[in-house]
Design a protein around this ligand. Sequence first.
Ligand code: SF4
Length: 379
Amino acid sequence: MAGIYIHIPFCRKACHYCNFHFSTSLQMREKMIHAIVKEIRLITVSREAGLSDYEPVETIYFGGGTPSLLDIVEINLIMQALIGSFEFTADPEITLEANPEDVTALKLEQWQTAGFNRLSVGIQSFSDKELVWMNRSHSAEDAKHCLELIRISGIRNFSIDLIYGSPLLTDENWKRHIDLLLEKNVPHLSCYALTVEPKTALFTLTSSGKKDPVNQEAQARQFVLLMEWMKQAGYEHYEISNFAIQGMRSRHNSSYWSGKPYYGFGPSAHSYAGNVRKWNISNNAMYIASLQKDQLPFEAETLSSIEQMNEYTMISLRTHEGLDLSQVGSRFGTYFVEKLKQAALKWKKGGKLIVEDEKIILTTEGKLFADGIAADLFF
Ligand code: SF4
């Protein structure tokens, strides 16, 4: 089995752009930890999920929400449940998502002792103005300080998240942010365009004119600049939103993108294996209540071949390796290979993708239209 994802559904503050599942009330925190532990234990004795639980686990990822706000006792409870319930490969990658304000020398030591060998830090911006605009709970100084603490701790495998395309971000400041991460020898970057999702505070604020809307043109330009700068700095652009120096790709996310099965625990977490996808209820109180009754709180669906094919197209096109037509042939049949080749022709002529060695790969220009091109190749 590829990986395990643990969703910790608590945050100190609600970032205005965020549409993940989380609560800023920490009241149910203790019950939540016990519920997650219960879910891990129940899944290993249950076949209800329709997922295989015999293969050794290669990666664990604590995400959220803000898992770094948990104390070490809480983290260890979940870790122990995982260790007692699954087999692991010899060198699993174990990642913790952390917010800069939570990173201290003591916590870094505790996280390493607990088994984490990778951090993913939600910095988002090195500008105080932007951080306030996003309603983040940390300052630019916190962001820089946490990178210094990580350096001192000796943790070499870590990633930072940055967001581009906010109305406050000038190209000059964008360059400064990237220069700073290069100066700090950050080995992995996950970088997202600011999107205004429905039902977020940002949606309400931009719709009512209280905040400026996102400028799509500036956003596209900043993505192109980002690709140039990271290439010049020697980073692999191995997925649309991810850049890594040699050997520092995220193994956990790479497994998602290559279609390996995974388990998700915690409210709103998704699991996937072959043609079965399941997702837990996105409600903290209902998730806890269900597990208190020893019931797994999920819904599931079986994906048709067409749905699996489309999902593979969407995910693989975003990667450096691209869509593998020989894999399509063996998984779905030659009919799909021929149809994909035909559909790819117009994008190839327009310089948006290349087709070579039985692979369909986005060009730099094509990366600006990745979702639209994938949708056009759908069956
Ligand atoms: S810290 Fe992360 S999960 Fe929490 S509100 Fe902000 S973006 Fe969302």
